[in-house]
Design a protein. Sequence first.
Length: 77
Amino acid sequence: MGQEALIRRNLWLDPREAEMLFGVFAEGFMDVVGPRLEPTTSAKYRSFLDNHLLPSGRHGRDLQQLRRDREVALGVA
């Protein structure tokens, strides 16, 4: 699938960011977005990360691999 098609499907990932691990991305997201959220929303996001996403093994996977997994799951790979 070409880059333009990936962009239209919101699946394109900048190759410079593809090697970032999900756990690093998630923590950075919470550092930036967390203070802007209502306390209950921030707590829900934190709980979801801590209890579901990070323990599942995704924290050590790079974003490029997660994108490929999503493409396979959506049947667009």
